[in-house]
Design a protein around this ligand. Structure first.
Ligand code: ATP
Length: 486
C-alpha cells in the first residue's frame, strides 16, 4: 500500500507535467477539490465521453441523448428529495473547528487498525448509518477515541446533516440565496432527464423500454474532498435513465449490471480490478442499487452506480408540477386490451467521467526498467492508454530537420490530421522524442528517414512493446485507423 501511495503521488505529478490535469486557479494557490484539464487531459476526457456517448446512443437502438441545462427550476430539487435529503452526517472538532464527514473520519481511523478490529468498527458504523443513528455514531467516535488530525483531540460536536447542494441567486436582488430567487447548481444530471421524459418520448415517438442519456457537469459541496479527481466539488457525470414497465425492474437492473461491467472491460479495465458492491442502505428513491467498484491505488471505491429508481422521480415530478408524466402502452394485455397508462419505472446507470479518467490513468501509468544489450539499465515512464481513446494517436517525426524529410513528414501529417489527432515534432534526438510520446501515451510514432526517400517506407514504433518495424508510408494512415477506430 505504501508503494501504491508513492505511485499515486507520482501519477498526480505526471498528470501535471504532461498537460493532463492542473489544480484550478493554481496561480492563486488553487481551489480545493476543483481541477482543470490541460491539453492532453481535455482530449482524453472527450474521447472517454465520446466512447460512452456512442455506446449508449448509437450502438443501442432505443437510447437517445439530450443536453439539459445546469440550472433547473428550484422545485425540481424539492420534488427529487435533494432539498430535504441530500446531506451527509458531519461532525466538527470543537478545538480545530475542522468538519469531517462521519464515515470518512471513522474509515480513516479504521485504516490504521489490524484487519479484524477495522472490520468490527466498520460493521458497527454501517449499522448506525443505516439507522440514521447520529447519537450512536458520536458514541462510536468517542468510544474509539478517534482524534482530529489537526487538534489531536477527541472533543466533538453532535453529528449533524449538511446539505451538499450549491446555491446561487437569479436576477439582481441584494439578498442572495434567499426567497424565490434561489437556484441550485445541479448535484446530478438525472433530473434534467426526468423533467424531459415526456418531451423526448413524444417527439422521438419512443416506445418503452427506452433510455435517455446525458453527460454534463454536476456540483456537490463535498466537505472532505480527497484523492485528487476522485472526489471533486465540480465534476462530470455520464448518466442514462432507462424507462421500463413496472415489475420488470429486476430484469433490467441485472441487464445493465452485466452490460456496464463489460463496457468497462471493453476499455481495457481488467475484470479482476472490478467488482460489484450491493447497497444495504438504499437511497430514498431506490428498490435495488449497486456500485461497480474499481481497485484504485488507494483501495476499492465506487466508479459507477446502478440504481433501480422505481417510479419515484416521475411520480414526484407529477405531484409537484401537477402535469401527468405517464406513458400509454399500446401493447396488449392478457385480455387483448392495451395495457394503458402508467408511470414508468426507471433503471439508472451513473458513472463519473472524472473517476473513469482516473481509473484509466491509474492503469495506464507504468514505470518500466530493463537491461539493454550492452548490460546497462534503461527506464521509461509510459502511459499505456488504450489506443482508441489516447489523446494523440500518431506522432510524425522526421529524423532530421533537412534533406527534404520534413516535407515528406508534413505531407503525411496533412493526409492524416483530418482523420485522427497527430503530433508533429522535428526537434531533439529521436530517442528523446519517443520517450516524450511514451509519457503522454501516444500509441504510434512514425519516423521519416533517408531510406524513406529511396523506397517510401517509414519506421513505425509501437508504444507498448517499443518494437519498431518498417512499413510503407502509404499504409500508415490505414494502420492507425484500424487500431484506433471503434
Ligand atoms: P460517493 O459515495 O463516492 O460520494 P455517490 O454514491 O454519492 O458517490 P452517485 O450519486 O451515485 O455517487 O453519483 C454517480 C457517480 O458520480 C459516482 O459513481 C461517481 O462516479 C460520480 N461522483 C459522485 N460524486 C462525485 C464527486 N464528488 N467527484 C467526482 N465524481 C463523483
Amino acid at each position: 500500500m505504501a508503494n501504491d501511495t508513492n505511485i499515486f503521488a507520482e501519477l498526480i505529478a505526471h498528470c501535471k507535467e504532461y498537460g493532463y490535469i492542473f489544480q484550478s486557479s493554481e496561480i492563486y494557490d488553487g481551489l480545493s477539490a476543483v481541477y482543470d484539464y490541460g491539453q492532453n487531459g481535455a482530449q482524453l476526457k472527450k474521447n472517454i465521453r465520446d466512447y460512452w456517448w456512442k455506446s449508449m446512443t448509437q450502438l443501442q437502438d432505443n437510447i437517445v441523448g439530450i443536453d439539459a441545462a445546469i440550472f433547473m427550476h428550484p422545485t425540481t430539487w424539492k420534488a427529487s428529495g435533494h432539498v430535504d435529503n441530500f446531506s451527509d452526517p458531519m461532525v466538527d472538532n470543537k478545538d480545530s473547528n475542522k468538519r469531517y464527514r462521519v464515515d470518512h473520519l471513522i474509515e480513516g481511523y479504521a485504516e490504521a487498525l489490524p484487519e479484524i478490529d477495522a472490520k468490527a468498527v466498520l460493521v458497527a458504523m454501517d449499522a448506525l448509518l443505516a439507522k440514521d443513528d447520529y447519537a450512536g455514531l458520536k458514541k462510536l467516535i468517542e468510544d474509539n477515541k478517534i482524534k482530529c488530525a489537526i487538534s489531536k483531540t477527541c472533543n466533538w460536536t453532535d453529528v449533524r446533516q449538511f446539505n451538499l447542494m450549491f446555491s446561487t441567486a437569479f436576477g439582481a436582488t441584494a439578498a442572495e440565496n434567499e426567497g424565490d430567487n434561489i437556484v441550485y447548481l445541479r448535484p446530478e444530471t438525472a433530473q434534467g432527464i426526468f423533467v424531459n421524459f415526456l418531451n423526448v418520448q413524444k417527439t422521438g415517438r419512443m416506445k418503452i423500454p427506452f433510455g435517455i442519456a446525458q453527460t454534463g457537469k454536476a456540483f456537490r459541496n463535498e466537505i472532505v474532498a480527497r484523492q485528487f479527481i476522485f472526489r471533486m466539488r465540480e465534476f462530470e457525470q455520464m448518466e442514462m435513465q432507462f424507462f421500463i414497465r413496472p415489475g420488470s425492474q429486476m430484469e433490467w437492473f441485472n441487464y445493465w449490471k452485466a452490460e456496464r461491467k463489460s463496457w468497462h472491460e471493453s476499455l481495457g479495465i481488467p475484470a479482476e480490478k472490478l467488482r460489484f458492491h450491493n447497497h444495504i442502505k438504499l437511497a430514498h428513491y431506490a428498490d435495488a442499487a449497486l456500485d461497480i467498484e474499481f481497485e484504485f491505488p488507494f483501495g476499492w471505491k465506487e466508479l459507477e452506480g446502478i440504481h433501480s429508481r422505481t417510479d419515484f422521480d416521475l411520480t414526484q415530478h407529477q405531484t409537484y408540477s401537477k402535469k401527468k408524466l405517464q406513458y400509454f402502452d399500446n401493447d396488449l394485455n392478457e385480455q387483448g386490451k392495451p395495457i394503458g397508462n402508467y408511470v414508468p419505472y426507471v433503471v439508472e446507470t451513473s458513472v463519473g467521467l472524472d473517476r473513469l479518467f482516473l481509473t484509466i490513468m491509474s492503469l495506464a501509468y507504468n514505470q518500466e526498467k530493463w537491461i539493454k544489450e550492452d548490460g546497462t539499465e534503461d527506464s521509461r515512464v509510459v502511459l499505456k492508454i488504450p489506443a482508441k481513446i489516447a489523446p494523440t494517436k500518431l506522432a510524425i517525426l522526421p529524423l532530421i530537420k533537412k534533406d527534404g524529410l520534413p516535407e515528406i513528414a508534413r505531407s503525411l501529417l496533412d493526409d492524416c490530421k483530418g482523420s485522427f489527432m497527430c503530433f508533429y515534432e522535428e526537434k531533439d534526438a529521436i530517442g528523446k522524442r519517443y520517450r516524450r510520446m511514451d509519457a503522454i501515451g501516444t500509441p504510434f510514432c512514425v519516423t521519416i528517414d533517408h531510406q524513406t526517400k529511396e523506397d517510401n517506407t517509414v519506421t513505425i514504433r509501437y508504444r507498448d512493446t517499443m518494437l519498431q518495424e518498417r512499413i510503407a508510408l502509404a499504409d500508415v494512415k490505414k494502420l492507425v485507423l484500424e487500431k484506433t477506430t471503434w
